[in-house]
Design a binder for this molecule. Structure first.
Ligand code: 13P
Length: 247
């Protein structure tokens, strides 16, 4: 049985004080759900989030890190630093990191390897642009992203990962993929994982959908066979996040 996962990616939103206020208000509702719940606040809000959620099963993670141990990497933080701050998970390969900050498939692979080595739970993101979708090559693109990200990762480590399919054209646009579109690509993610690791591993890796998921469309999306939950952006900043968790 795969676990259900609902994760909130706050992106560059909320101060530490706002983090505390928001999490205090949703804490009870997000911690008694029948799902693994993650929140990914901005880096400096992680200690605040960890403190507020300390008596719950809600897992606090980081939106990014750098794969080196330490050294001259201005502006970066290491996996060990995140762990010291109380993070238990990390988002890797989000399309905003790939597109705005130029992260390559090679870098994403190095980050995924380091995250599993350090015991951080990775949420590995993949997704196609509108151009790729319209060209009819979305599935091939996703297969390539997954194979590249998991290159050199053992079956044992892969089984600890979570994958999120986030079509770029659905992120922050209010334009959600239909459940058929989302299911098709999430099934492709699982097939690709099966081709690398076999069914015993691909069957336990949660595959999430992300892209304008909200309290109104979450139930239909997570009812799909290969969609095990959601990676939520803007709706995770509001009380609505608790509604989605309880869906
Ligand atoms: P939205 O839910 O705001 O579309 O963002 C999705 C996302 O990018 C989550 O990582």
């Amino acid at each position: 049985m795969r676990s259900r996962v609902i994760a909130g990616n706050w992106k560059m939103n909320k101060t530490p004080a706002e983090t505390r206020e928001f999490l205090e208000s949703v804490k009870e509702r997000i911690s008694r759900a029948d799902a693994r719940v993650f929140v990914f606040p901005p880096l400096i809000c992680i200690p605040e989030a960890v403190e507020v959620l300390k008596d719950t099963d809600v897992c606090v993670g980081a939106q990014n890190f750098y794969y080196e141990e330490k050294g001259a990497f201005t502006g970066e933080v290491s996996a060990d630093m995140l762990i010291c701050a109380g993070a238990k998970a990390v988002i890797i390969g989000h399309s905003e990191r790939r597109d705005i900050f130029g992260e390559s498939d090679e870098l994403i692979n190095l980050k995924l390897k380091k995250a599993v080595e350090k015991g951080l739970i990775p949420i590995l993101c993949c997704g196609e642009s509108l151009e790729i979708r319209e060209a009819g090559t979305a599935a091939a693109h996703i297969e390539r992203q997954i194979k590249s990200a998991f290159d050199g990762i053992s079956a044992k480590d892969a089984a600890k990962c979570i994958v999120a399919y986030e079509p770029i054209w659905a992120i922050g646009t209010g334009k959600t993929a239909t459940s058929d579109q989302a299911q098709e690509i999430c099934a492709c993610v699982r097939e690709t994982l099966k081709s690398i690791y076999g069914g015993s591993v691909s069957d336990v890796i949660p595959v999430l959908y992300g892209g304008s998921m909200n309290a109104g469309n979450a139930a239909e999306l997570v009812a799909c066979e290969d969609i095990d939950g959601g990676l939520i952006g803007s709706a995770s900043l509001k009380e609505e996040f608790a509604d989605i968790v309880n869906v």
